[in-house]
Design a protein around this ligand. Structure first.
Ligand code: ATP
Ligand code: MG
Length: 397
């Protein structure tokens, strides 16, 4: 069945009082932007707390439109609709409903309920009459159906307005808040499973994001970098274009490796990552950092390690996965489409310079002392890493 129109359901922004219009504007704006990827031209209209997406002509692909809408944060549900002119003619509605019902549900055994809303009070039948008549017509044509007004499998909605809208399916959207409804944050994006999910989750709360990747050529390959670009593009399908800053981290890692106790390498390296990411974040007007850390996942993510990594930053560090199990993170990454790329086997800079026995309960005092040794000579290296970071725009294509 080819649909003409899509009713967009959104929940949370409905509760924001006077801010509501701002949120709706942001939502409409992002819907338009996401639809620009699809074939066809669309009208996105707002009508009394609802948003409709309608094809300007028939030349579009339903699945492609639904896919675009499922990448818009703030969208809770998408109802594909068919429409017909409102000629005040009951038979025309009934014929269309029967055609729709047959195409969508075939001869399936199911229970249903009709829910008519009549905004056009000039229509010659009341909504309860229409419900009863349409219900009878469906029962006559589809012998496997029955009516259940309390817990129906299918809620058939008929809206009598300027046009007649007919729909019953609600496809899930990603939920969350519309993009741009809060500030911008810098994601520390590696090639792993966790950080793309973390970026997705914070952006889903309405934040725009940029990303920083620490690259250690020649110890990490061009292919490892490409994998991160690919991941940024996948996340960008939801978040909009991501400015990816690729930092050459090799000299810094080598200096740490040379001078600092090996069991503390990872923690000290993580502290430098946070400092550099924060400096780039400041330059780019970001007001928070995002990481994919989760308590206890690896030695560098015990609470003691997180304390040590955290203490070098001034900005809030958002760690949306902090209390998630790995499997829960994998489930989200599969859902959002980053998993397959994340498991490609390319080395990360963290995996190259690792100690056999990293500290799992680092003491901040000890880490600061070990860092003292390199602190001064590291300054120009850090400055250079920030100044020479390569900017790659990842626009999700
Ligand atoms: P991920 O799956 O996100 O790589 P991980 O389980 O491998 O996470 P770590 O390697 O300890 O965990 O990294 C913790 C967090 O630090 C990552 O989620 C990411 O935010 C950041 N990070 C790690 N390596 C890099 C890197 N090379 N570039 C940018 N950020 C990184
Ligand atoms: Mg990693």
């Amino acid at each position: 069945m080819h649909y003409q129109s899509f009713l967009i359901k959104y929940a949370e922004i409905g509760t924001k009082g006077n801010n509501r219009y701002m949120f709706e504007d942001a939502l409409v704006h992002d819907i338009r932007r996401k639809l620009s990827r699809a074939k066809g031209e669309f009208r996105v209209t707002r009508e009394r707390g609802r948003i409709y997406v309608t094809g300007r002509d028939d030349d579009f692909d339903d699945d492609e439109v639904i896919d675009c809408l499922q990448h818009v944060f703030g969208v809770v549900g998408i109802c594909p609709m068919i429409q017909l002119e409102n000629t005040h003619d009951y038979r025309a509605i009934s014929d269309k409903v029967l055609e729709y019902f047959g195409e969508v549900y075939g001869d399936r055994k199911l229970t249903f309920k009709c829910e008519t809303r009549r905004a056009d009070k000039g229509f010659p039948m009341h909504s309860s009459e229409i419900d009863a008549e349409i219900g009878g017509d469906i029962l006559d044509h589809f012998p496997n159906t029955s009516v259940d007004v309390h817990h129906p499998d299918v809620r058939l909605r008929i809206e009598i307005r300027q046009y007649i809208n007919i729909f019953s399916e609600v496809l899930p959207g990603p939920g969350g808040m519309p993009l741009g409804s809060t500030g911008k944050a810098m994601l520390l994006l590696s090639g792993g499973i966790d950080s793309p999910v973390a970026g997705y989750m914070i952006s889903r709360r309405g934040a725009n994001i940029e990303a920083t990747y620490f690259h250690a050529p020649p110890y990490t390959s061009e292919r490892a970098k490409q994998k991160v670009v690919d991941l940024a593009n996948e996340v960008a399908r939801y978040t909009g274009p991501i400015a990816l800053h690729v930092v050459d981290f090799t000299d810094i890692q080598l200096r740490i490796y040379d001078k600092c106790p090996h069991e503390e390498l990872t923690i000290i390296m993580r502290r430098y990552m946070m400092r550099i990411a924060e400096a780039i974040a400041e330059k780019r007007n970001c007001i928070g950092l995002i990481t994919g850390e989760s308590i206890g996942q690896v030695a560098s993510q015990t609470m003691e390690s997180l304390y040590c990594t955290n203490e070098v930053c001034h900005m809030p560090v958002y760690r949306p996965l902090i209390a998630f199990d790995k499997q829960e993170i994998v489930n989200i990454s599969e859902k959002i489409g980053t998993y397959e790329t994340s498991i490609e086997p390319y080395e990360d800079c963290c995996t190259i310079f690792v100690a056999k026995h990293p500290v799992t309960r680092p003491h901040p005092e000890n880490i600061r002392k070990s860092e003292e040794i390199v602190l001064e000579t590291m300054k120009p290296l850090v400055e250079k890493a920030i100044d020479t970071a390569e900017l790659i725009w990842c626009d999700g294509k």
